[in-house]
Design a binder for this molecule. Structure first.
Ligand code: ZN
Length: 441
């Protein structure tokens, strides 16, 4: 099955980004087989043609840190006494919620943001899951949801000892990795840990053993708030990143979410070990935990990517948040813009490929066919030199018209293909109401 997208403004991204005014892309199977000016691209007679006039054609976007299960918190009753800090936010909201999730809840709460991914043009996500009362089999539920909607996903369970269920978390990560071992589809796995302050040494060591056995990295939260560092210093006499290095958690395939409160020495360790960092600026603002020193980390050569931390599935808006917060925090109008774009458009694809092998985030021959079309009539000239300005100030507010992932059309003319959104949202509402009743305040 071939798909030919033509007549749009093609932004290829990748090493040699090109902006082609009247561009075309040919997809065969799940890969990109040709692209360029429309009159130079091969046109198989049996190809399904998509007219992209008045639209930008670009690679699907990548979210490096998501929490699909967070869906059921939308509109949830606020705690009687508002959370005063990050740990209280976890205790009063997230840990309550994740502890109440059933297998069916996990499946339906995953479908909703995955549909949002389709609508916002995010075709790859790295999910960090937690469901303390339903760990075994939980990753299968998310896999089922990702495959149902058609979004590429790298999954893990954030193992935690906070309720004495670390062993079970490890078991789930290993079970899933074993299952996925020789599969090359939409979904991949990695080892997950919640965060240093809820994970004991035994759990750390066992998780590292599994990561080594399956040749994958570890996805965890690092120093999202100062309390993580205080806990590590108190219990182990080490800063979080020092502790994680000692146990072998860090490395080129590992993903460190947040790193808001790490110091200079910890940054150096992340650089030495080749660990990728994921910045989640919108979530950091929401939790009032501060702003990560992303500019400093990037100057050191740490690969910093971008995620939403479950706040949304909209990566262009996340890029804009990143640009604004880092410029604002630095109080320097010379910085932030290019770094935000670098995180989303260059580093996210690089990290995604390094961790999973997925060749995504660029329109290049033999890369995976993850492509989006966005409605856009440029009000000023759009070219290779200035496309970032159009992304951050124009396309960010435009509507995604079509989403293709792995060579499959998930949305066309703004209509979801083969996804019954009304039925899914109705079921989601029913399940969320039942879950809210189970919560104690
Ligand atoms: Zn997170």
């Amino acid at each position: 099955m071939a798909i030919l997208i033509k007549n749009g403004i093609l932004i290829t991204l990748g090493e040699e980004n090109q902006v082609i005014e009247n561009g075309a892309v040919l997809i065969e199977g799940n890969e990109i087989k040709d692209f360029g000016p429309v009159d130079r691209v091969r046109k198989p007679t049996d190809a399904e043609e998509i007219d992209a006039s008045g639209k930008v054609i670009m690679p699907g976007l990548i979210c490096l840190h998501h929490h699909l299960y967070s869906t059921f918190s939308r509109g949830m009753r606020a705690p009687k006494k508002p959370a005063r800090n990050f740990i209280e936010i976890l205790e009063k909201i997230w840990w309550k919620l994740d502890r109440a999730l059933t297998a069916e809840d996990i499946y339906y709460s995953s479908l909703i943001p995955l549909i949002e991914c389709v609508r916002k043009g995010t075709t790859t996500i790295f999910d960090h899951h937690e469901s303390q009362s339903c760990q075994l089999g939980s990753l299968d539920e998310i896999q089922k949801a990702a495959e149902k909607i058609g979004i590429r996903a790298c999954l893990c369970l954030g193992t935690s000892d906070r309720y004495g269920k670390g062993k079970e978390g490890i078991e789930e990560n290993e079970r899933f990795l074993q299952k996925m071992r020789n599969q090359k589809g939409l979904v991949a796995g990695m080892v997950g840990l919640h965060a240093s302050f809820t994970v004991g040494d035994e759990t750390l060591d066992r998780s590292v053993e599994i990561a080594q056995k399956y040749n994958c990295g570890i996805h965890l939260h690092i120093a999202e708030e100062r309390a993580d560092e205080d806990d590590s210093l108190r219990k182990y006499g080490l800063m979080v990143v020092e502790r994680l290095k000692e146990h072998g958690v860090l490395g080129e395939k590992s993903i460190a979410g947040h790193c808001v409160n790490i110091d200079e020495n910890e940054q150096d360790i992340l650089k030495e070990t080749g660990t990728s960092v994921v910045n989640n600026p919108e979530s950091n603002m929401n939790n009032a935990v501060g702003c990560a020193d992303v500019l400093g980390m990037m100057r050191k050569g740490i690969l910093v990517g971008l995620g939403t931390d479950g706040m949304s599935s909209d990566m262009l808006s996340q890029m804009r948040f990143a640009y604004l917060i880092h410029r604002h925090t630095a109080q320097d109008p010379r910085v932030g813009f290019s770094q935000a774009a670098e995180m989303l458009l260059k580093n996210n694809p690089q990290i995604a490929e390094r961790v999973t092998g997925f060749k995504v985030g660029r329109i290049e021959k033999d890369c995976l066919a993850d492509i989006i079309l966005i409605d856009y009539l440029p009000p000023t000239q759009l070219n290779t030199d200035n496309f970032l300005g159009h992304l951050v100030f124009g396309l960010v507010n435009s509507v995604v018209d079509a989403t293709i992932c792995n060579g499959k059309i998930l949305m066309k003319n703004k209509r979801l293909v083969g996804i019954d959104e009304e039925r899914i949202t109705q079921k989601s509402r029913e399940l969320a109401s039942k879950l809210w009743e189970r919560l104690s305040y």
